[in-house]
Design a protein around this ligand. Sequence first.
Ligand code: BTN
Length: 244
Amino acid sequence: WGRPYHYYPQLQSTNEILKQMAASLPEGAVVVAEEQTGGKGRRGRSWHSPPGGIWFSLLLRPAVHPLALLSLPLVLSLAALQSLSGFFPELDWALKWPNDILCRGKKLGGVLVEVAAETEQVHWAVVGVGINVNIPFFPPELEGRATSLELCRGKKSCRPYLLAAILKRAEELYSLWCREGFTPLAEDYQALFLYRGRRVRVEEEGRIWEGKAEGVDEKGRLVLRLDDGSLRFLLGGEVTLREV
Ligand code: BTN
């Protein structure tokens, strides 16, 4: 991946520019920015993207049913975590379903997937990945929740090495996912899943579900044991998960 590779010193958002260019680019195209002035997070939030992070988007054209795309953020967050933990195994890594990468209990990175699809067919998926690397401090409103590799390691890291490793791992997991779906990845994801066995509250399109997080199933759904003993399977998308 990274063929072609578009690098910009500053952009509004790598997802936005890649969406505009999608029609003329092949699968595997990557847009990287040193800094984003309008970085976007999930649920319409903004994403703090100063120089020093890894901010990139990837163009994919998976031949899958649009519903299967709900597990794509999990695939990319797993790939990013596996590459980062390969470099820095001493740090305490975890995944917060569906798409957050955590280090020492705080958010180090996230994935934002945007899709153009019809009922049965996916035209493209733009997968944006943000990793806080050489970021020495965060604005007060993020301080308690966000972290960076620099804060966790106490020193700077070489971003091109990390980006290359993330792209390589992402390509491997993506081709497996295209062939076999999320099933072969579910166990690895599950092992890193932060809230496994813990009591959580999930907000899904205005509805609130509370129960014990049993894990993540072979479709990438969160399996929640409700207080009445029944199981509820939640899809990613517009969902927020909290421990209670
Ligand atoms: C989240 O956790 O809310 C998702 C964050 C995704 C941020 C990345 S940075 C590169 C790409 N461009 C964007 O505007 N957002 C994503």
